[in-house]
Design a protein around this ligand. Sequence first.
Ligand SMILES: [Ca+2]
Ligand SMILES: [Ca+2]
Length: 402
Amino acid sequence: MKKIFIILAGIALLASCKTLTKTHIVTVNIDESKITSSVKPESYSVTIKNVVTQQEKNVTSTKATAVIEGVYAGVYNVSIAGSATEDGITKNYSGTVANVSVLADATVTVAAEVVEPALVFKEIYYTGCKYTAPGAEKESNYFKDQFYEIYNNSDNTIYVDGLCIGTVYNRTVNTSGYTYSLPEGEDVKDYVFTQYVWKVPGDGTQYPLQPGESFVMAQQALNHTLDGNTYGKSLDLSKVEFEFISEEIIANGRCTDNPDVPNMLVGHKCGTNKTLQWLTSATGEYYVIWFPEKKIAPENEITFDNGISTFPVYPIKKSDIIDAVEAGKDEASSKNKLYFSPLDDGYLFCPEGNYSFQSIARKGETKNGRLVLVDTNNSNNDFEYKTDPQLRRGGVGAPNWK
Ligand SMILES: [Ca+2]
Ligand SMILES: [Ca+2]
């Protein structure tokens, strides 16, 4: 009798071993209903990770379906990641379903969600400086050295191709009593307005910004530390990533096109005044970066009427804005603050004012080996002014685009 029991127990053990070593097929269906653009990812990277052993398998989906073979019984997290490019802008998508129990062949549905691109203004140098040109008796104001640094504050690669930058047109602020020729059904409260849209060039896959890297756009990518009639004595910007140079700016001859630094593209320009350079106010402005949901096109320009005059303006949908920073002249001017939540609840200024060679820089701290910048959408909280404007403060990485 004892013998029979041992044999039966042995058979049971073998059977259970067989159950443990048997593998299953997990089919992953990706729900793309939250992707609003017409272009969807060609494929996704699909990962299944055992929550106990941390072992994982990774496959590439065919369109929105992936089949993962050889999965042992257990509890898994299933995640997906993909990207798609439309009109020169790449969007990332991801999704996760946690604690999926696999006891037999199984099917899991994971929803693809848009990954918001966590790009932030890292440092803005708008004040310009004082400069005495060789042979000149008096100091003059210098402002060709303005720059805007943008940082990837996330754990994902972000393609910055097609990223737009502009300043909010301050005449458009007090919306009550003003008229905006927005399309029927659009609410003026959902928009801010600019007169100049600059755009990062690229086809959507040319300018990947890795986590912890920044890129810099300068008014003019020159070495402004050199003596000369047109150079100041401030910063070497000759190796930044982009400069605000257009055909029109080259034609009027005031600025020098550095052939080694790619030029930003003019996404749109309102009005017919000649652009001598992209000079933003040396007492600060309201800066925004955004990926336009609707392609930048001349026909989207509208007219703003303040009861006295009309102005052409270009609408920027607030929901497209990734980061916004309001800087102004001084404490007293903060009463005229332009916009509040969710863009920027704060108001910042450089105490020495225009031509003081001061900048505003975002605060941050190093976590897990990477600088993480503060972004509470309140510039008073998130930024501090600096008396030594500099590129890539804190030793952050530069992209390898050249
Ligand atoms: Ca250039
Ligand atoms: Ca922000």
